[in-house]
Write a protein that binds this ligand. Structure first.
Ligand code: ABU
Length: 378
């Protein structure tokens, strides 16, 4: 791998927020909560993600209390595991997710939850950016993180708290073709190959979990939750960064890049073998000596009940530093592969919380990783 050039930023004693990559040593993180999580009513962007035969179809309302309690038990334990390693862990403040979301442009009868924070908050250097989001039911989710962001703002004079423009999310944001319940997988794959996704180009849209941070470079998935205008918005907002759009034509439900393409350390990325990173997107990594390794198969054939995500949460790992990675405890094939690749694997039980919005990467958001803005693709 080529040597990385480093632009040093001087961290001070008051630095609270700073994170440039997915792998620098983790010092401070937010872990989501399952309190009061709801399955929201049907809406265009959310429906496009739910397979026709999913147990989620036709359901909405507060999630069963026992599943909320179990998810919270696992999330609390994960937070304690991180604290035991000296990592500062903060938790969001839930709002009343049974409240409808009503704006001049749309109304939906309930909200989602404060899992997973990775979808909402994007930390780039000393900035935390609230994403536009693309689901109506997630329009107010940023409020759960405001108490933390206000505290960081008080503590750290260099912290920039930014919010991307709130989208209108009118019907013009969604393609009506995706509203049918009976779209075949073959049709979905044709559309994914043609980059014809459920969200239109009406206005900039992005979820933070579509963005991966590689120091000076940001890699952003174009799919259901992030459109090209959203990627262009990020390019203009981060003028010192190079922003690269990628897409994965083998994914019939492309939301969030973090169960598809997972950087582990400088020079090493896990790639979802079903979702097929196109050759034109590989060049950047291959020219710079990065190894793109197909991820191990998931240990499960199906997601747990009432889960939006795919079985590929197996590769939704949380890197603690370039030698250490948290892997869901039942994902034995992924753990074995990362062990063979030279990583110390920390098993973390989380599968019973997957239904709340994702795995170990999803359920966290970086506040601080020790490192500076490095150019890995000089
Ligand atoms: N939020 C990540 C989910 C991606 C997937 O379902 O594969």
């Amino acid at each position: 791998m080529a040597d990385a050039a480093t632009e040093t930023t001087q961290a001070t004693e008051t630095t609270v927020v700073e994170s440039w990559t997915e792998w620098d040593p983790l010092a401070h993180v937010i872990v989501g909560r399952a309190d009061d999580c709801h399955i929201p009513p049907a809406e265009p962007a959310l429906d496009a993600k739910v397979p026709a035969d999913s147990d989620m179809r036709g359901q909405w309302g507060r999630r069963p209390q026992e599943s909320i309690d179990r998810a919270n038990e696992l999330l609390d334990r994960f937070a304690d595991q991180l604290r035991a390693r000296g990592i500062r862990v903060d938790r969001p403040t839930p709002i009343d997710f049974s409240e409808p979301v009503r704006t001049p442009d749309f109304e939906t009868a309930s909200q989602f939850g404060c899992m997973p924070p990775r979808d909402v908050l994007l930390t780039v250097g000393r900035e935390i950016l609230e994403a536009t989001m693309s689901y109506r039911c997630r329009w107010f989710e940023y409020l759960c993180y405001r108490p933390l962001l206000q505290r960081y703002w008080e503590e750290d004079p260099n912290f920039r708290h930014e919010a991307a423009p709130k989208p209108r999310l009118t019907d013009a944001d969604y393609r009506p073709d995706y509203l049918s319940e009976s779209i075949s997988i073959a049709q979905r794959l044709d559309w994914a190959a043609a980059k014809h996704f459920v969200t239109t180009e009406e206005e900039p849209l992005f979820d933070a979990a579509d963005v991966l941070r590689f120091g000076r470079d940001l890699v952003v998935q174009h799919g259901f939750t992030t459109n090209l205008k959203g990627i262009e918005w990020l390019r203009r907002h981060f003028p010192e960064h190079r922003v690269h759009a990628v897409n994965f034509p083998g994914d019939p439900y492309p939301i969030h890049i973090d169960a598809t393409f997972t950087p582990i350390r400088p020079g090493l990325i896990l790639n979802n073998p079903q979702r097929r990173l196109p050759a034109e997107c590989r060049g950047l990594f291959e020219r710079n000596g990065w190894e793109i390794v197909d991820a191990a198969q998931p240990a499960h054939n199906t997601p747990p009940p009432l889960c939006y995500s795919s079985v590929w949460l197996s590769m939704n790992v949380l890197v603690l530093d370039p030698k250490t990675v948290c892997v869901e405890a039942s994902e034995v094939y992924q753990a074995e592969q990362l062990d063979r690749l030279g990583m110390e694997v920390v098993p973390v039980e989380l599968r019973d919380a997957y239904a709340f919005g994702g795995g170990l990467h999803c359920c966290t958001a970086d506040v601080r990783r020790i490192g500076s803005c490095t150019d890995h693709f000089p």
